[in-house]
Design a protein around this ligand. Structure first.
Ligand code: GLU
Length: 486
């Protein structure tokens, strides 16, 4: 007996990447299930054997794990409604198709590929499709062809008149004329079901209550409903999600594609975005909380999410906005956590040194909005870039090529005389020097920072950089700077 408990399913095809549209679908399914005390199911839709990609299922598992969308049932953890991989369910579908044939709601089609190709070629109407040639073959003829082993597919017998209407929770009432519906294939020549058939059988046999998916499936849904009706099954609640668009250079928008930027979860992570920020951002791509709030943890999303907040207007993926979210997430974490997630980037930029990474993290954290910005910001710790001595000239700090040399010399002497090399001792030493020389602090700090880094712009100031570099390296660099000025 079916229970009333809410059950949603994420049903990705293993294509080798997780498009943000798919991830948003997974997120909304997860949120609907969790906010209503329901169950979130993972089902792998791999009936398109030609499109199978090695390792693609692992990408699905890893993405859900990284995004913290934990499923309650699925191929890896089991459940009462398995198997959860369509190719392992192959034998389930055919009896259902045969039932429809017996009830005259489906039929065997023996048309060859050549015939179908020529139909397509000879038609002016691109959407014309199959001409229903086998729809009314005499029973004996069907039997003869079956007995002789003629390859076949099974097609759904669409009503030729009338219309089909259904309610979508987001898009409202949708009606199509049945005359527009093709006699779609349910079982392919290789014995596998089509997505169109399998999704209905699976959703029903897995007791799915809410079908959440992209609006590209909206126009096919009447066909699915005719199947539900043919079997006498209850139709699930449909939640079709708006398109995700990307901004074009000319200001127009079109369906989000690679040319707009990273479009898969993995590529976004590679581009330096945090899973939490991606999830928070895409939660708002098509859903609006009642109070226009922006920052949500996954728990807060569960608390606040509701289907009636989903909009049917296309959502525009704004990379700048995502970067803003990312920056907020970076700022809000502990410096230890930031150091931990930044470590691959630290090691990439500074492979040969063991720096105090917490200190490195602390000068970066407030000014990093994407982790990929890190390497170029800290590469100078590994090796100082070649720099022009003009860098020592700075109007605001009142430094010139002339005064930089004596300032640097005085700083080198004062720093060298310090009994210990700590952030505070470096700080106090340079401040005292500025007082002694009766110049602004910046007038001392500027040439020191330039000589230490070789960069006009650095994360952290002179004191932080010297502290991280350590005395030996610092002295060497400051002396090199002095030599450059001589
Ligand atoms: N396997 C389909 C896809 O990846 C799922 C569609 C659905 O959720 O029903 O697009």
């Amino acid at each position: 007996m079916a229970s009333d408990k809410v059950r949603t399913r994420f049903a990705p095809s293993p294509t080798g990447f997780m498009h943000v549209g798919n991830l948003r679908t997974a997120l909304y399914e997860y949120l609907i299930a969790k906010s209503l005390g329901g169950t979130f199911v993972l089902r792998i839709e791999d009936t398109d054997q030609e499109r199978k990609v090695e390792g693609a299922v692992d990408i699905i598992y890893n993405t859900l794990k990284e995004a913290k969308l934990f499923h309650d049932e699925g191929p890896d953890i089991g459940g009462d409604y398995g198997p959860y991989v369509q190719s392992e369910r192959k034998d389930i579908y055919l009896p259902y198709a045969k039932q429809l044939i017996d009830e005259d709601k489906a039929y065997y089609c023996f048309c060859t590929k050549e015939r179908l190709d020529s139909l397509r070629e000879n038609s002016d109407d691109i959407g014309a499709g199959y001409d229903r040639h086998c729809r009314n073959l005499p029973k004996e003829e069907v039997q003869r062809l079956l007995d002789s082993g003629t390859p076949y597919v099974i097609r759904q017998k669409m009503p030729l008149e009338g219309s089909t209407t259904f309610e979508d929770s987001v898009f409202g009432t949708i009606t199509v004329d049945n005359s527009e519906l093709q006699d779609q294939i349910l079982i392919k020549a290789d014995g596998y079901p089509t997505y169109n058939f399998a999704n209905v059988i699976d959703d029903h046999t897995m007791n799915i209550t809410h079908v959440v998916r992209g609006c590209e499936y909206l126009s096919s849904t009447p066909k699915y409903n005719l199947l539900y009706e043919a079997f006498g099954w209850e139709i699930p609640t449909y939640v079709h999600l708006p398109l995700i668009m990307g901004k074009n250079d000319d200001g127009s928008v079109s369906k989000l594609a690679k040319r707009h930027g990273a479009t898969s979860f993995q590529d976004l992570v590679k581009a330096g975005y945090l899973p939490e920020a991606i999830i928070n951002y895409i939660a708002l791509l098509g859903w609006c909380p009642k109070d226009n709030r922006e920052m949500f943890t996954i728990e807060e999303l569960i608390e606040n999410f509701s289907i009636d907040g989903i909009s049917k207007s296309p959502a525009v993926f704004d990379y700048d906005k995502l970067e803003w979210f990312n920056g907020e997430y970076i700022k809000a974490m502990s410096v230890e956590k930031f150091a931990e997630i930044s470590m691959p980037y630290f090691k990439q930029a500074v492979p040969s040194k063991e720096l105090d990474w917490i200190k490195v993290a602390s000068i970066l954290q407030q000014r990093t909005t994407k982790l990929t910005q890190i390497p170029e910001k800290i590469a100078f710790f590994e090796k100082q870039p070649e720099y022009e001595k003009d860098l020592f000239v700075n109007k605001k700090s009142k430094t010139t090529l002339e005064n930089s040399a004596p300032l640097l010399k005085a700083a080198i002497e004062a720093l060298d005389a310090m009994p210990e090399w700590t952030h505070d001792s470096i700080h106090d030493c340079l401040i005292e020097l500025a007082q002694k020389l009766e110049v602004k602090n910046g007038t001392v700090m500027w040439p020191v920072r330039i000589a230490a880094s070789g960069m006009a712009v650095t994360p952290g100031g002179a004191v932080e950089i010297l502290d991280i570099l350590g005395k030996e390296e610092s002295m060497q660099r400051l002396n090199n700077g002095l030599a450059k000025l001589a």
